[in-house]
Design a binder for this molecule. Structure first.
Ligand SMILES: *Cc1c(COP(=O)(O)O)cnc(C)c1O
Length: 393
């Protein structure tokens, strides 16, 4: 611990193993995981299909180089295009890297159109990663603090405010792209109006901008469709994903379509590890499992049950401001800051987190069953109860 830079205020707990939605700590205590390592382990822990794919691949080949053809990468690329409606893929190792690729594409697209200083429109309250460009794109001043000078080339608008966005895009001649989350995750589980993405699509078409959708958190089945934008009938020009794609094995992807397909030429972008056989074997196992186990339908059904159960137990509580969610991305917004709920939940052997100060965020594995839904709702309700008692003392 002492050897690590203090980038995280870590909880005094360490897990040794898991199975499905359960994790065990060093004392042998069992925890129900309603966070999935922040939207990563969608299939739950120690999933046999992923474990088998990894061990079989590790015994054959872990890494070569993108200097050569990589069969597993081509397979996963084709599969991702098939399920997303996108056409080309670049593989990397994280969400931030996937967004870096998107931001570089936006600049290339701008230059191709003759824009001298191409800008990307991003949103207040967004999260896109921790590298310099993605940190700048992130709409959270606290994340910027201390890292100035930030990267130029971004302008910011309010999420889900189409009127203002339309006006900005009409005025700002240096814009070449819009980067947007289909649901703001870190920002507090903000689900935009149903026509927000279609309206952004129309604005991008009107002004010849790339619509770039950040599916790092919402993607790979979490909202009940493969990708969040598939809740609408639009397609982006660029889509980024990571978190759930490898069920814990680091992998990210930046996908393109039509006018974004041929911007990068050999030498413009790259990654040493990106799309190596091991990570792609994991990605293929994840997508196959989501399909074979019909997890998209399961997520939609289970989400409704979880939302209803949470509402039954919590909506009358004086501290409860709002309960919202899509698929396995849910937020319970309280009327006041509630960071302490994370520790209270740990005492209840339940893993969740609090984001944007007062939103209890649930990102359970896609595979949770009805009994676990009850346990999560009951656990969250108990946490709010205990929190309220401690507040009044
Ligand atoms: C987590 C996240 C990222 C960053 O992903 P990393 O893998 O941590 O770099 C980017 N965008 C969104 C929407 C995220 O939730």
């Amino acid at each position: 611990m002492d050897a690590l830079l203090p980038t995280y205020a870590r909880k005094a707990i360490s897990f040794t193993h898991g199975e499905g939605a359960w994790l065990w700590d060093e004392q042998g205590e069992r925890y129900l995981d309603a966070l999935s390592g922040i939207a990563v382990c969608g299939l739950g822990h120690a999933h046999p299909a992923v474990a088998t794919a990894l061990s079989e691949q590790a015994q054959k080949l872990v890494h070569t180089s993108n200097i050569y053809h990589i069969q597993k990468q081509e397979q996963l690329g084709a599969r991702l295009c098939e399920i997303s409606g996108m056409e080309k893929v670049f593989f990397c190792n994280s969400g931030a890297e996937a967004n870096e690729a998107a931001i570089k594409l936006a600049r290339m697209y701008g230059h191709k159109k003759g824009i001298q200083q191409p800008h990307t429109l991003v949103f207040e309250n967004s999260f896109h990663g921790r590298t310099m460009a993605t940190l700048t794109a992130t709409g959270n001043r606290a994340a910027h603090a201390g890292f100035e000078p930030l990267v130029p080339g971004f302008i910011r608008a309010h999420y889900d405010n189409i009127g203002a966005i339309r006006q900005l895009c009409a005025q700002h001649k240096q814009l070449s792209a819009i980067l947007v989350e289909p649901i703001q995750g870190e920002g507090g589980i903000h689900i935009p109006s149903p026509d927000f993405l279609p309206q952004l699509r129309a604005i991008c078409d009107d002004h010849d901008l790339l619509l770039m959708i950040d599916e790092v958190q919402a993607g790979n089945g979490r909202t009940g469709t493969w990708y969040g934008y598939q809740q609408t009938d639009i397609l982006p020009d660029v889509m980024t994903t990571a978190k759930g794609l490898g069920n814990g094995v680091p992998i990210g992807a930046c996908l393109t379509r039509t006018k974004a397909n041929d911007l990068f030429k050999p030498g413009n972008h790259g990654s040493t590890f990106g799309g190596n056989p091991l990570a792609c074997a994991a990605g293929l196992a994840v997508l196959d499992t989501i399909e074979q186990q019909q997890l998209l339908g399961h997520v939609t059904k289970t989400s409704e049950l979880l939302l209803n159960t949470l509402k039954q137990r919590l909506s009358q509580h004086p501290l409860c401001h709002d309960i919202r969610g899509q698929g396995m991305m849910l937020g319970i917004e309280l009327t006041q800051p509630c960071a302490e709920i994370v520790d209270i939940a740990l005492e209840q052997k339940l893993l969740l987190n609090v984001t944007a100060g007062k939103v209890i965020r649930l990102l359970p594995p896609l595979i949770i069953n009805n009994e676990q839904v009850e346990l999560i709702a009951e656990g969250v309700a108990r946490c709010v109860e205990i929190f309220a008692e401690r507040q009044s003392n």
